[in-house]
Write a protein that binds this ligand. Structure first.
Ligand SMILES: Nc1ncnc2c1ncn2[C@@H]1O[C@H](COP(=O)(O)OP(=O)(O)OP(=O)(O)O)[C@@H](O)[C@H]1O
Length: 317
């Protein structure tokens, strides 16, 4: 990866009338990277991607695509962009070949280079045998491939995908995610989703937005590191009675497991591990296991977004 950002957006804001949909969003995308824009419905993902793709004017902020200012030189900047909107503008009555030829011409590919560009886009999206099919009769998964093919036909440096797997069945979702992972070998990719598993499956970095603001930007590993620990698993060679454990300061509940082991609950990040170890030594319990139990990544994500756990099912579905 080089150090030049493919996308550099600073201080983006967008108002719809008096409603502020996005405020103070800044992001960078680097070559070879898949950046996930993650947030619940209405968070501002589509608005952000529409601004970055040059389809919606920001109320404030600056965007550079491959070093070119999108507002000063929109045509020059957009040459480096491929965009798959949330509702792909596919022409159902055209064949895949007709549509991709049309998209190639829209992207100003010279007439004599169009066939080669279309063939390459089809082979990269698994559409080699679908050229003569009418788009309207293709499965939703294949229609999405056509949407991605039109976004890469001019070989842009950056591909922007807005909710690329919405409405697909599990097999189609897996295929599109595999395709996204392939695309990052030659393009920087930014995708929006409201599903954490999508980010886990495809992205190097995640930017979580909620109510138009950035609430987290980093790797998923760093999100995982935010998970609070609220329990320990402990094991003893000479296990004490559960009541003897429950007396130790900071232990909220003790659950007996098999083979002299216990699950011990404590307040978030207030582990009584040290006190348990001391007591085990002084009482000769023979401590042989002491492992913190972490909350799930979903929990860390939800904690990042919500203080009250609204809409949990939707976000973790
Ligand atoms: N054209 C519009 N006019 C008025 N308000 C809008 C418009 N488009 C979006 N909004 C509002 O702006 C906010 C952000 O919407 P946006 O579509 O960007 O969110 P999102 O994260 O992409 O959500 P979703 O996943 O549901 O598409 C929402 O409150 C939405 O209702």
């Amino acid at each position: 990866m080089t150090d030049t950002p493919l996308i550099e957006a600073r201080g983006l804001a967008r108002y719809y009338g008096s409603h502020c949909a996005v405020q103070g969003i800044s992001l960078e995308l680097r070559p070879g990277e898949v950046l996930g824009l993650l947030g619940p419905n209405g968070a501002g993902k589509s608005t952000t991607l529409s601004m970055i793709s040059g389809n919606l004017a920001p109320s404030a902020g600056h965007i550079r695509i491959n070093g070119i200012d999108l507002l000063d030189d929109p045509r020059g900047a957009k040459r480096h962009l491929g965009y798959l909107p949330e509702h792909p503008p596919l022409y159902r009555d055209l064949t895949v070949d007709e549509f991709l030829h049309y998209a190639a011409r829209l992207h100003s590919i010279p007439r004599k280079a169009v066939n080669e560009a279309v063939d390459l886009a089809k082979s990269r999206t698994g559409l080699e045998d679908a050229g003569r099919a009418l788009i309207g009769v293709l499965s939703k998964g294949f229609q999405q491939r056509v949407g991605i093919a039109q976004a890469i036909v001019h070989q842009p440096a950056v591909i922007i995908l807005d909710e690329p797997t919405v409405g697909l069945d599990p097999l189609q979702i897996r295929e599109i995610r595999d395709l996204i992972r392939e695309l990052c070998h030659e393009h920087g990719v930014i995708l929006s989703t409201h599903i954490l598993a999508e980010v886990q499956a495809t992205c190097h970095r995640v930017m979580i937005i909620n109510r138009g603001h950035t609430v987290f930007t980093d790797t998923l590993q760093h999100l995982a590191d935010r998970r609070p620990s609220t329990a320990l698993k402990v094991g003893f060679a000479s296990p004490p009675d559960a009541r003897a454990l429950a007396e130790i300061e900071g232990i909220l509940a003790v659950q007996a497991l098999a083979d002299g082991r216990y699950r011990i609950e404590h307040a978030p990040d207030r582990s009584p591990a040290g006190r348990i170890a001391e007591r085990a030594v002084s009482q000769g319990w023979g401590l042989c296991e002491l492992t913190p139990e972490r909350a799930s990544l979903e929990q860390a994500f939800l904690n990042t977004i919500y203080h009250e756990h609204d809409d949990i099912e939707e976000l973790t579905a």
